[in-house]
Design a protein around this ligand. Structure first.
Ligand SMILES: [Zn+2]
Length: 271
């Protein structure tokens, strides 16, 4: 009877005992009883075994979850690395093309060339004819505003003589002997330094191959800016800026400008 009463008590206490939450006195009582009572000892061993099993299966579960997470992290890492590699390939390709374009353009003879620049915006149409032979040049720039005002600027340097003449609606103004401003005609190529081309390659934008005016071109698109570059010369032949509706066309001619041609143009435009 006594045994059975103790047994019931032990049965109630065992889960707490296994969790290590019972007091030293209770522990002694339980241990004494377990040594004497086979039935309770068996019960205790069974409970302990069950608990271990449960703990083991929980550990297994945790391990499986951790493995899954690890797998996901590794997959994510692989994807990120792949995206980085693709990104680098795109940038490197752009950089190589830009460098190639620049090299071609720099090998072109820009000591003797004619360039025609026609720019159209919402408010202005302008045309620049620029002739250069060594240090000698003439730039003839005409501008028509929306209110039909015509502006003309002629600037030249021929040997030791240089001049700048402006003409607004037919009225001439002359600034003889004054310092020349930069030629309005600009030989157009990308002219970027090593870092400049890297920088340009890093700018989000595309570089496509296409045909314009029957010429094979690269189209450099950066947001609302389009730059068409002639593959053969590496020079810009058209620029479109959607932001201000401006379109610029460039034409070039090489090795055809002579000093006598420049003189002829000076006489024609500065009378
Ligand atoms: Zn017992």
């Amino acid at each position: 009877m006594r045994e059975s009463k103790d047994c019931n008590l032990i049965k109630d206490l065992l889960p707490t005992y296994i969790d290590g939450l019972t007091s030293v006195e209770t522990n002694e009582f339980i241990q004494n009883h377990l040594q004497q009572c086979k039935k309770c000892k068996e019960l205790y061993e069974n409970m302990n075994a069950n608990l271990n099993e449960k703990e083991n299966s929980e550990d297994q579960k945790k391990i499986r979850i951790l493995k899954k997470i690890n797998h996901k992290i590794r997959t994510l890492q692989a994807i990120i690395i792949l995206i980085l590699i693709i990104f680098l390939i795109i940038i490197f390709r752009k950089y190589l093309i830009l460098n190639h374009i620049e090299n071609i353009a720099e090998n072109t003879n820009y000591n003797n060339y004619y360039e025609k620049i026609v720019e159209t915006t919402e408010k202005v149409i302008s045309r620049t004819d620029y002739y250069q032979n060594g240090d000698n040049f003439i730039s003839i720039h005409t501008k028509i505003n929306t209110d039909d005002e015509v502006e003309k600027y002629v600037e030249y340097k021929l040997n030791d003589k240089e001049d700048y003449i402006s003409e607004i609606n037919g009225e001439k103004m002359r600034y003889e002997g004054k310092e020349l401003i930069k030629p309005l005609g600009q030989y157009q190529f990308l002219n970027k330094s090593f870092l400049g081309n890297i920088g340009l390659a890093l700018v989000p934008g595309s570089l496509e191959e296409m045909t314009l005016y029957r010429k094979d071109c690269y189209l450099l698109k950066v947001e609302n800016y389009f730059n068409f570059i002639d593959k053969e010369t590496g020079l810009t032949i058209k620029e479109i800026n959607v932001n201000n509706n401006s379109v610029i066309n460039y034409e070039y001619e090489f090795n055809s400008v002579t000093d006598s041609k420049i003189l002829e143009l000076i006489n024609e435009h500065t009378k």
